[in-house]
Design a protein around this ligand. Structure first.
Ligand SMILES: C[S@@+](CC[C@H](N)C(=O)[O-])C[C@H]1O[C@@H](n2cnc3c(N)ncnc32)[C@H](O)[C@@H]1O
Length: 305
């Protein structure tokens, strides 16, 4: 049971939460494509993103699109010192707020889709992670791939790029339409159902030293037949992996739908039972009044005789 004291203590946090909702909505109304969501991420999603950052790795942690700072806060709670944080945010109002909230962090107002220019001269050592909440799905495939390549270039050994999405599949296509031979490792978190809307976190890592087939060709002298086989192998690997991921997403969706339909069914049945109980009670009441009416009529007739 919350005491008056604890309610008072929660007051400013609730106030901050609702102000953030309002700030976000305002930013979204002004620029829906850039803001990408109508409210800030919830704490469960923010924590899921922070979970993939290893605070023991050296170097800065670069956050792209921090907004009002829920993921920033989760990163600090995860053990990343604010002084290690470089926050790249496009919206000047969010930048002012971030600087007030996280005075130790470096806040850069700029474009996260042009990291070499935005971060020029600011990142002195390889980064432990790049954590992005950018609304990637509003961008062209080439821009998303460009962002990931630039982010990989900032990482030190063991580092990764972390991105959330409301979509079912990786927001950075693992088989680009333009056949760009950009190879990377991708892993998805379980869905965060408690976020509104539910979301998922993707973790990307450079695929070792060999980041493209071109690099592979340069590194080893491969015969024409070898190249053809490599192409086929790559195509086949992508197809198997994508097929598997699509199937997993389909099963998850079906399970969700099945759970929802069972819930609706149970609710309908409960409503039906409640309704028939109500009808039974009404029928009982009518039956009781009919019986008492008949009794009274009988008594009247007896009195007259
Ligand atoms: C979906 S919101 C996420 C905000 C916050 N991280 C959260 O989880 O609540 C996307 C954020 O990315 C910022 N943004 C969008 N495009 C950007 C860009 N090109 N460069 C830097 N920030 C950008 C938006 O201003 C917004 O704050």
């Amino acid at each position: 049971m919350p005491t008056a004291e604890s309610k008072r203590a929660r007051g400013p946090a609730f106030h901050a939460l609702f102000s953030d909702e309002a700030r976000f909505l305002k930013a979204w109304v002004g620029n829906p494509g850039t803001t990408g969501a109508v409210s800030p991420s919830g704490k469960y999603l923010a924590r899921m993103m922070a979970r993939y950052v290893d605070p023991a790795l050296p170097g800065p942690v670069i956050e792209l699109g921090p907004g009002t700072g829920p993921v920033t806060q989760a990163l600090i709670e995860r053990g990343v010192a604010p002084e290690r944080l470089i926050l790249v945010e496009y919206d000047p109002a969010f930048c002012t707020l971030l600087q007030e909230r996280f005075p130790g962090a470096t806040v850069i107002q700029g474009d996260a889709y042009d990291l070499p220019a935005t971060l020029a001269g600011l990142v002195e050592e390889p980064a432990a992670a790049v954590v992005s909440s950018l609304p990637l799905l509003n961008k062209k495939e080439a821009d998303r791939i460009g962002m990931l390549k630039d982010a990989f270039a900032l990482l030190g050994p063991g580092g990764n790029v972390i991105q959330f999405t409301y979509g079912m599949v990786s927001p950075v296509p693992r088989r680009p339409r333009n056949a760009d031979p950009f190879v990377f490792l991708a892993e998805a978190s379980p869905p965060v159902w408690l976020n509104i809307p539910p979301a998922r976190v993707w973790v990307y890592k450079p695929a070792g030293e060999v980041v493209s087939l071109e690099d592979a060709r340069r590194s080893f002298s491969i015969s024409a037949e070898g190249e053809r086989l490599l192409d086929k192998l790559k195509e086949h690997t992508f197809r198997v992996r994508d097929g598997f991921l699509e199937q997993r997403d389909r099963i998850e969706r079906d399970l969700r739908l099945a759970r929802e339909s069972v819930r609706i069914d149970v609710e309908l049945r409960a409503a039906h039972i409640r309704e028939s109980n109500r009808l039974d009670a009404r029928f009982d009441r009518h039956l009781r009044s009919a019986i008492s009416l008949i009794r009274r009529l009988g008594e009247n007739r007896r009195d007259k005789r």
